[in-house]
Design a protein around this ligand. Structure first.
Ligand code: HEM
Length: 195
């Protein structure tokens, strides 16, 4: 439906496999991170504020990954050469994800794409979407640790829309909850029965 489709972005693909996570589990996880209707509302506003700044946000995150060899390794060949085409293709989907996190209803389809994103970080599906000659898996510990930079670095962008401190804080808290929630979902294929 987009005039400029993003390669490998399959959120709306009718063939997307359902998530093994039930709607009931999602509801409980939302309760665990204290995610409620006010957060959904704050994310809508965040989506408006961030929509004009996606490339700048991605510059910060890619700068962060690029300046940490232990992270850049997951966008590189096994012998350590960064793969520009892989970095660029994932970057476009990452941009889409920012807006999806703010604007999509967290329904069954969203849950299914969460599972797809999770698998793309694991040895089940990493590299497949982009036919990348990279290492086979991103360790779960790095995904969990990445919650902090993905959260801390968003704040100045949320503040750039001219909202008052209270509104910026509401957007920031909602973003933090939404990212934590997603990483909890993404841990499912890593953890298996322990999930
Ligand atoms: C893919 C977000 C942690 C490396 C993606 C995508 C998103 C994303 C949105 C694209 C999904 C799609 O295909 O539509 C996140 C978030 C993280 C996180 C929110 C943590 C809070 C990490 C870490 C690394 C990493 C720590 C290690 C450098 C990658 C790679 C891909 C990817 C290499 C491409 C996977 C593929 O081959 O399809 N990530 N990520 N991610 N991410 Fe992450």
């Amino acid at each position: 439906t987009s005039p400029d489709p993003v390669p490998g972005y399959t959120h709306d693909d009718p063939g997307l496999a359902p998530s093994p996570v039930s709607a009931a589990d999602l509801k409980l996880l939302k309760a665990s991170v204290l995610f409620g209707p006010a957060d959904q509302q704050a994310l809508r506003t965040a989506g408006e504020v961030l929509s004009g700044q996606i490339e700048q946000v991605l510059d910060v995150w890619y700068g962060f990954v690029g300046s940490h060899p232990h992270l850049l390794a997951y966008f590189s060949t096994p012998d350590g050469t960064p793969i520009d085409d892989y970095l660029a293709r994932v970057r476009a989907r990452f941009g889409h994800w920012i807006i999806d996190t703010c604007t999509r209803p967290y329904d069954e389809r969203w849950l299914a794409y969460q599972h797809e994103i999770a698998l793309r970080h694991t040895d089940v599906k990493k590299n497949l979407t982009d036919a990348a000659d990279s290492v086979p898996l991103i360790p779960l510990r790095h995904i969990i640790a990445f919650v902090y930079p993905i959260t801390a670095t968003i704040r100045p962008f949320l503040a750039a829309g001219g909202h008052d401190d209270e509104q910026v804080d509401a957007m920031f808290q909602a973003w933090f909850k939404a990212v934590t929630l997603q990483v909890a979902l993404w841990s499912q294929p890593y953890a298996g029965r322990a999930w």
